[in-house]
Design a protein around this ligand. Structure first.
Ligand SMILES: Nc1ncnc2c1ncn2[C@@H]1O[C@H](COP(=O)(O)OP(=O)(O)OP(=O)(O)O)[C@@H](O)[C@H]1O
Ligand SMILES: [Mg+2]
Length: 263
């Protein structure tokens, strides 16, 4: 049975998509079957993989609203050994259109049900909001939510709102919903601020924080414009090392013996 993780934080630009793509790429690199689900109308994860959202024939929107076979819309990148359920412009309307649907928060879970066994990891990239799309992502997060937190001033601000939302989802829909981990991103070791944020976040979330910290790295910001994950674009960069370490941390946490040699 595959692991399903959802990347959520209603704050924009904290590294949700960067993490979903690059963690996904390294998990695939280590032989895992990975599906990325782009649940964001901005379609950043889709375009980071060089897929033009305007040419997408179907994807997350259709999976949510038409309950047609999700399999039809999954695209596979053989080079990266990475599959993606793409976003399209239509997804922007889903937030409104879902309101009148039955079991509107369970749509993604239902759509993924038939394929969950075909993947080792399903990674769901949420938009920066706590609306119905993100709710669908949270309900589908069978193995927990990964919360990227940027190492910046007021890093913890807004996280109270997110944890309250998680509580509400637990009460109403998914009692077992867990935080899989809080991931510190865009860390700059030269600044006191970054170091303070790490301390503060670790104090607040304790052992829920991943050991791996993602540094600020220009290479990570450049990679999407080449349609490549960091594992291809700059495999020796500090950002690549960090995402590789995160993949290993997650694999080890899930009891997978991490291969000494890359596959
Ligand atoms: N570790 C990093 N170092 C440098 N730049 C980064 C890093 N992580 C992400 N970025 C850049 O910061 C911007 C925001 O990152 P990203 O798109 O992953 O955030 P997000 O949380 O998905 O944003 P949104 O909420 O809009 O979906 C992007 O331009 C990305 O390339
Ligand atoms: Mg994003």
């Amino acid at each position: 049975m595959g692991f399903v993780y959802t990347f959520a934080n209603q704050k924009g630009g904290v590294g949700k998509t960067t993490t979903a793509i690059n963690l996904g790429a390294y998990l695939a690199y280590y032989g895992q079957r990975v599906l990325l689900v782009d649940l964001d109308p901005q379609a950043n994860a889709t375009s980071c993989l060089k897929i033009d959202k305007k040419t997408v024939r179907g994807g997350t929107y259709e999976a949510l609203l038409e309950s047609s076979s999700v399999n039809t819309y999954i695209l596979h990148n053989p080079r990266l050994k990475l599959s993606v359920l793409p976003s399209s412009s239509a997804l922007a309307g889903a937030e409104v259109e879902l309101v009148n649907e039955l079991a509107r928060e369970n749509r993604l879970t239902k759509a993924l049900e038939p394929i969950v066994d075909r993947y080792d990891y399903i990674l769901i990239d949420c938009p920066p909001s706590l609306g119905l799309l993100t709710l669908n992502g949270l309900v589908a997060a069978k193995n927990g939510v990964i919360i990227p937190v940027q190492c910046e001033y007021l890093a913890l601000e807004g996280l109270g709102q997110l944890t309250q939302t998680l509580d509400r989802v637990r009460e109403a829909l998914v009692p077992q919903l867990a935080i899989r981990g809080v991931l510190l991103t865009m860390f700059d070791g030269r600044t006191n601020l970054s170091n303070d944020v790490v301390k503060e976040v670790r104090q607040y979330f304790q052992n829920l924080v991943f050991d791996t910290v993602i540094p600020r790295s220009i290479r990570l910001a450049e990679a999407p414009s080449y349609g490549q994950p960091i594992s291809i674009y700059a495999p020796n960069s500090t950002g690549a090392e960090a995402y590789e370490a995160l993949a290993k941390e997650i694999l080890a946490g899930n009891g997978v013996v991490v291969p000494a040699l890359k596959v």
